[in-house]
Design a protein around this ligand. Structure first.
Ligand SMILES: [Mg+2]
Length: 405
């Protein structure tokens, strides 16, 4: 099963922030020069989700104006407005018509930087209704704490300073949660989660990472620098054919893909280590008329779904359809995008907050190394074999985990 949808709880007035939220919903408050919600949308987009439903209550007009019908990368955004305050679970019931069989749910006023897709492999099991992201190492007495037994949540404890993790406000949810919401208003945290925990129907995935709750004034202040810092990270630029899948000549359909050993795990490893992962691939087959750009994009969307089952994702697929001797006139050109030119790497660099000093390229050919050198980043030539083993040995020296900064 693939997860394609994310659902964000936008509604709710932030009483603790007082006058700041009288006119603006909390998730739209500026943090580091952008609405806080934009960081969350960025996460949903780069994890490869396709559809985001914003559940808006208070002052929905501004949310609709800013986001409805927009797209960020491959993520399209819709706004669903609730008529009356229904609580966090009630908001889901109100949006029942729009919910997939399984979806990510997250709070619009908090942020937890971790690999969301870590929770996806658990979809192989039927014995849970909600899977919670738990943040470890969060200090202070403002948060309720979560007790686990194995990977199952056993109970929710009152607010206290503790070594136990907290509920990070990001969930993987099965649609059957709707069967538990019998009347509105209804609160997920107070009415639904404790009951599901007592039934053993909640899984928890604990991780360390940046955690910001902008409903708390100190966190709101801290987020002004912490959020832009979180998004700035080194990148792994990966060639596709010969690195992720075998180079079988003009591969353009899913059934032609033979994954390189360890490729999915290598990408997951890079995700977890805090690197952006970009695929940088020459696709001269388009210029030669063997297939169209639409097929390239469809194949990449398929690869993204395959990666998801391994808890991995590619932040963006970048391809070059041009070739100087192409048979198709509109793709026949010399282009700096085509490797060995650095154009694709530089394009991604200009559009993402990348720390280039610790970034690198992995490719199987000289043109990949030349593109890396021209872009001013390290190049690692992959000789074949297991990609995870290769990545581990080559990258460990430069590995930086934003979570540990
Ligand atoms: Mg190659």
């Amino acid at each position: 099963m693939t997860v394609r949808q994310a659902v964000c709880l936008v509604g709710g007035r932030g009483t603790r922030l007082g006058s700041l939220t009288q006119t603006t919903p909390k998730p739209l408050l500026p943090v580091g020069g952008r609405p806080f919600l934009d960081y969350l949308i960025g996460e949903a987009s780069r994890f490869g989700l396709e559809r985001l439903s914003l559940l808006a209550g208070h002052n929905a007009g501004e949310v609709v104006r800013n986001y409805h019908g927009k797209a960020v990368g491959g993520l399209s955004i819709e706004v669903i407005v609730e008529a009356a305050p229904a609580g966090t679970a009630g908001a889901l019931a109100n949006a029942a018509h729009a919910l997939d069989p399984v979806f990510f749910l997250f709070n619009g006023d908090s942020f937890f930087g971790f690999n969301w897709l870590s929770m996806v492999p658990a979809l192989d099991r039927e014995d849970w209704t909600m899977h919670l992201a738990l943040a470890r190492g969060v200090q202070g007495g403002r948060y309720g704490r979560v007790e686990t037994r194995g990977d199952r949540i056993s109970s929710f404890l009152p607010k206290a300073e503790s070594d136990l993790p907290i509920n990070a406000g990001i969930y993987l949810v099965r649609r059957r949660i709707l069967d538990r919401i019998h009347s509105v208003p209804c609160s997920l945290e107070n009415d639904i989660l404790p009951r599901l925990a007592s039934e053993g129907a909640l899984l928890g995935f604990a991780a360390e990472g940046t955690f910001i709750d902008i409903g708390i004034p100190e966190d709101f202040a801290r987020g002004q620098e912490a959020m832009p810092a979180f998004t700035r990270r080194p990148a792994a630029f990966l060639d596709r054919d010969g690195v992720i899948n075998h180079d079988d000549n003009y591969v353009h359909r899913p059934e032609q893909i033979r994954w390189i050993d360890g490729a999915k795990d290598a990408i997951r490893w890079l995700n977890d280590a805090g690197f952006y992962v970009f695929v940088i691939t020459n696709q001269a087959g388009v210029a030669h008329g063997h297939y169209g750009e639409e097929q390239v994009r469809t194949l990449h969307a398929w690869m993204q779904r395959e990666l998801q089952g391994a808890g991995a994702h590619v932040d963006r697929f970048e391809y070059c359809p041009y070739h100087p001797e192409g048979a198709v006139e509109r793709y026949r050109r010399v282009s700096d995008l085509r490797k060995p030119g650095p154009g694709m790497i530089l394009k991604v660099r200009d559009e993402w907050p990348i720390d280039m000093d610790d970034s690198f390229m992995i490719g199987d050919r000289d043109i990949d190394m030349q593109a890396a050198a021209a872009a001013g980043i390290a190049g690692h030539q992959f000789p074949g074999g297991n990609l995870l083993d290769f990545v581990r040995t080559r990258v460990s020296a430069t590995r930086r985990n934003p979570a540990s900064r």
